[in-house]
Design a protein around this ligand. Structure first.
Ligand code: ADP
Ligand code: MG
Length: 238
């Protein structure tokens, strides 16, 4: 589960076209990074996949089903936001439980999923604390925990580490990669940071002004950038 296909997807805001017709296939279990300069349409593309924005035209398929007009909650995806958006007055446990409560997951099942997510994220000892009593990295892990318990077929990350300092960012990258290995679930990760893209991705999608400049593994992009933009952005010797 977790195969996502975009077929001739476009997005305009008023008269301004942000995503020209775009085709993309994300395979089951892949770690895909959307990378490109600020304003190139990374967040918009992710929000279209999540269903937080409607496409202007084209089709989005998730696990073989036409998801173009599905509500976000029906798509089976979970978004991890950059601003942690945790509830400050609720414990970590309640923050993580919240989406399951909304979805009507039975209490004992909620508990099982919270315990499992907390173990995976090293949060077992922090479940009764409030977000304000946690470090930045721990808060980010709670936000990821809240996504895990929904058991999504894919995780969507929008620059999740941009609020963390450089040293912590390196550690969190490793944690997210470890989580990907453990869960074996599709992850789409948006960043403007080339190093993050090159170190984390199975597949990199390089965007410029809503256009896909190139898709490939980090090594493919490094060895054979298709044009000067990709070469410059990825840092290829050219
Ligand atoms: P990125 O995430 O790569 O920085 P975005 O997807 O946020 O880029 O934005 C791409 C372009 O779309 C930008 O020019 C931005 O101003 C525009 N845009 C994004 N969301 C909206 C919106 N809701 N209304 C109008 N323009 C928008
Ligand atoms: Mg963005």
């Amino acid at each position: 589960m977790g195969r996502i296909t975009l077929d001739q997807v476009t997005k305009s805001f008023g008269d301004v076209n942000v995503i020209p017709p775009l085709d993309l296939t994300i395979d089951d279990g892949e770690f895909v990074v959307f990378v490109g300069p600020s304003g190139c349409g990374k967040s918009t593309l992710l929000r279209l996949i999540a269903g937080l924005e409607d496409v202007s035209s084209g089709q989005i398929r998730i696990d073989g089903e036409d998801a173009t007009n599905m509500a976000p909650a029906q798509r089976g995806l979970a978004m991890v936001f950059q601003s942690y958006a945790l509830y400050p007055h609720m414990s970590v446990r309640k923050n993580i439980a919240f989406p399951m409560k909304m979805a009507g997951v039975p209490e004992d099942e909620q508990k099982r999923r919270i315990d499992s997510a907390a173990a995976a994220l090293n949060l077992t000892d922090y479940l009764e604390r409030r977000p304000g009593q946690l470090s930045g990295g721990q808060r980010q892990r709670v936000a990821i925990g809240r996504a895990i318990v929904r058991e999504p077929s894919a995780f969507l990350f929008d620059e999740p580490l941009s609020n963390l300092d450089a040293a912590l960012r390196v550690g969190m990258r490793l944690e997210i990669m470890e989580l990907h290995k453990r869960l074996d679930t599709t992850m789409i990760y948006v960043t403007h940071d080339q190093v993050e893209a090159m170190t984390m991705a199975d597949k990199i999608v390089v965007l410029r002004a809503g256009n896909i400049e190139q898709v490939g593994s980090p090594l493919e992009l490094y060895r054979a950038p298709r044009n000067e933009f990709v070469a410059g952005f990825i840092g290829s010797p050219k």
